[in-house]
Design a protein around this ligand. Sequence first.
Ligand SMILES: [Zn+2]
Ligand SMILES: [Zn+2]
Length: 78
Amino acid sequence: MSYTHPHCPECHGLLQAENKQLHCPACQADYVEKVCCDVCGEQVETLKACGAVDYFCNHCNSLKSKSKVVRSYHMVNQ
Ligand SMILES: [Zn+2]
Ligand SMILES: [Zn+2]
C-alpha cells in the first residue's frame, strides 16, 4: 500500500494534516483536498467501508478506485 503524502501546490513542500484541512508551514496557508473523477472531472463522493476507501462519481454513476481519482489541493481563503 503506497500512500503518497500531499504536497503544497505553491512550494511543493509536504503538507501537514490538521483536522480536516492540510497546512503548509512554509506558506502559512491551509489547503483542502479535492478528489475528482478521472473521466468527467466532477468531485466524487467518498465511501468508507471496512477501512477501505472507495469513491463514487454521481456524474458517471460509477465506482472509482483510489488509483482512478484525481487529487488536487486548493488554498482555503481566510
Ligand atoms: Zn507551501
Ligand atoms: Zn465522473
